[in-house]
Write a protein that binds this ligand. Structure first.
Ligand SMILES: Cc1ncc(COP(=O)(O)O)c(C=O)c1O
Length: 438
């Protein structure tokens, strides 16, 4: 891809060979030893291709807005069949842009302060935060246990004449019921943002998650399906929303091209450069070329990554079924094909042990666990006092807060390591049976 003369081409070929050698020497054989090294719940999976792309971006020194950015965005556009994909510096930024775009001055029928957005209480903080940051009112609904997604049964009760939008995370890559959610949204003329940060590659009824709502967001943090270190994207098929979102991402600036700028420059009474016309109160949340270069190499692996995640999920699921009386295993819609982010487990009240006991046992044996993000977001100091409406008492979000956790299914865990995880679960159950008999 690098352009240059024969001399630079030759040096570049040598550099690529050296980078590949460095990859083999430094990264390739870093085997994790089960029981000794931490079996992470997620991590970066890469080879020399990501390193070569990253080095190429540094050597080209475009740093931002270059060909890698266009190629990575185009790759995502083609995959998800979207008109607009805007690369961002994180999934949180993508969520902020998406919600702010719905409130944008260029957006006809925009959301106004005090308008309501329905979203689950069991969530990730920066799924909810942009609602509050845009002076909108979150209407918190409960999740389903098992899928951990927004419970569509609750939408009708949550709705009021101020409701304008729904923000739907696909928890841990598990598709929310977009068929029912979109039908509800259409009935009430609501905007829908899909937080697909955990769900790139998941499908529902054969259709990619992130293509049902008006806007969707992705995250490329290392725990996610593909990584750029920090990074994310906003995706939409709506030209106006795409244009507003671009302005919000790029300082609030009006999107313009060189030709229209030159035409506009012909006037003598200009108060500002046409390149610097601000149509939104914006941010700068763009991705760099180095990140996009790495993302492009990762995107080529997405299908394989999704397959490997599903396989690891099945190894865990098939074995852990024997403990279903004590552990609630993940559930998904019949028409869903999740690209699982992780494997969620809820310890049932009648299990005879607590989440804390099981998680401490696993962690002491070097198996990394996490609780399900924020649990009930209202339990957190920053969110306790936000203006909101709440539908019901959120009993399931409280169960998630107290009893749910997840372990990893990412491609970096091999069959032996998943086997070690499962043996550790077996030993835990033996230990529990033993201590309750004695
Ligand atoms: C559902 C969800 N939304 C948003 C984010 C934020 O993404 P980022 O870490 O890239 O800011 C995450 C992060 O893991 C997430 O899980």
């Amino acid at each position: 891809m690098m352009r240059g003369n024969a001399a630079t081409e030759e040096v570049w070929a040598e550099i690529q060979a050296k980078v590949a050698e460095f990859y083999r020497l430094y990264h390739a054989d870093r085997l994790t030893r089960p029981g000794e090294d931490l079996l992470q719940y997620a991590g970066r999976v890469f080879d020399e291709h990501e390193l070569i792309n990253g080095v190429e971006a540094v050597l080209e020194f475009q740093l931002t807005n270059g060909h890698f950015e266009r190629e990575f965005a185009d790759g995502l556009k083609a995959l998800l069949d979207r008109r607009e994909v805007l690369l961002t510096n994180s999934g949180s930024s993508a969520n902020l842009i998406a919600m702010t775009a719905l409130c944008g001055q260029q957006q006809p029928d925009r959301l106004m302060p005090g308008d309501e957005v329905i979203t689950p209480a069991a969530t990730f903080p920066t799924t909810l935060a942009p609602i509050v940051q845009n002076q909108l009112v979150p209407v918190l609904v409960d999740c389903e246990l098992g899928t951990y997604n927004l419970d569509p049964e609750q939408l009708e009760a949550a709705y009021s004449d101020r409701t304008r939008a729904i923000c739907v995370p696909h928890t841990l890559g598990n598709p929310a019921d977009m068929i029912r959610i979109m039908a509800f949204a259409r009935r009430h003329e609501l905007y829908v943002i899909e937080d697909a940060c955990d769900a790139l590659g998941s499908r529902l009824a054969g259709q990619f998650i992130g293509t049902f709502g008006h806007l969707a967001t992705l995250s490329f943090y290392p725990a996610h399906h593909i990584t750029t270190g920090e990074g994310g994207a906003v995706c939409t098929n709506d030209e106006t929303l795409g244009c507003v979102a671009r302005s919000v991402r790029d300082w609030g600036r009006e999107a313009t091209d060189d030709q229209s700028r030159l035409a506009a420059l012909s006037g003598d009474e200009l108060l500002f450069d046409p390149q610097y016309r601000y149509v939104e109160i914006g941010y700068n949340l763009k991705m760099t070329e180095m990140q996009a270069a790495i993302g492009l190499a990762q995107l080529a692996r997405l299908a394989e990554f999704s397959r490997l995640r599903q396989q690891r999920f099945e190894w865990l699921y098939d074995h852990l079924r024997r403990y279903e009386e004590a552990l609630m295993l993940p559930e998904w819609l019949p028409e869903a094909e999740p690209a699982w982010f992780a494997f969620p487990i809820t310890v049932r009240p009648e299990a005879g042990f607590t989440r804390g006991q099981l998680v401490r046992y696993l962690e002491a044996r070097r198996i990394e666990t996490r609780f399900l993000f924020a649990g009930n977001i209202l339990n957190h100091p920053a969110y306790r006092h936000i203006g909101r409406r709440v539908t019901g008492d959120l009993p399931n979000a409280e169960v998630v807060a107290r009893s749910t956790f997840f372990v990893g299914v990412y491609p970096g865990l091999d069959e032996g390591q998943i086997g070690y995880m499962l043996e550790t679960f077996d030993r835990f159950f033996d230990h529990i049976a033993h201590s309750s008999n004695s």
